[in-house]
Design a protein around this ligand. Sequence first.
Ligand code: CP
Length: 304
Amino acid sequence: MKHLISPLDLSVEELDHILSLGQEIMKNPEKYSHICEGKKLATLFYEPSTRTRLSFEAAMLNLGGKVLGFSSADSSSAAKGESVADTIRVISSYADICAMRHPKEGAPTVAAMYSEIPVINAGDGGHNHPTQTLTDLITIKSLMGRLDNITVGMCGDLKFGRTVHSLINAMVRYPRVRFVLVSPNELKIPDYLRKEVLDAERIDYIETNQLEKYMPDLDILYMTRVQRERFFNEEDYIRLKDSFILDASKMQYAKKNMYVLHPLPRVNEISTEVDNDPRAVYFKQAKMGVYVRMALIMNLLELD
Ligand code: CP
């Protein structure tokens, strides 16, 4: 049985297959509308979510399946002290596949150890968010026609941003991908990513706190929110939260064919005046998340 806990659980070939299937579904969704009839997806969300939970639910409904689940730890028996291991043992007899979001890093890994159904990590603490990565990759591939030979700027909270960690892990496997990592000093990428991934794989990258200077070099600008829920004190959050705000004046430095992505939710880091710029694709990106999650569900249920 396959699970998706980290983007590295998928080989590049499997990743490319899921992205291609997602693109095929996007073109012809009707063809796939009955493929999961009789199947159930459980969404086990111990942490808030709008896009991930609802796009998973939309994905399963679009495939003709059904959904069940909970949207907060408080409305589940976790509030009474039930462990993730016990919960997944029970859910395994209620559903065919599950997506789990949890504030603790590693919780979906524990779930996978006890599960009799495929477990999808829908975000674990500041660690990984592999289905956001699938969403990011299908967006880039659909817009640019490739995933290699790209300069990707990542800006904001690179320390706690799990979407950043997962996307770096996935993109280093494609040739000639360069990174410009823009953050305040306190919110740089974790050491393990720098040493064990970027340095180990000899990836071309720079770390900087100057967004405007590097804007003209970028093919993709991946903006991220400063992750308030991961800070130990509110003072640090307030000091750092508006370090980088993308607005129309900064967009003037960008290429005409650069794209701005953001996993969302946005707080203040992209001014709403950018929303009407044709290079702003974050709402299109959220929509593509449904198609690629449809492809992933089919893949893990071996229906592709
Ligand atoms: N991108 C993302 O994970 O959004 P949600 O927190 O709304 O699921």
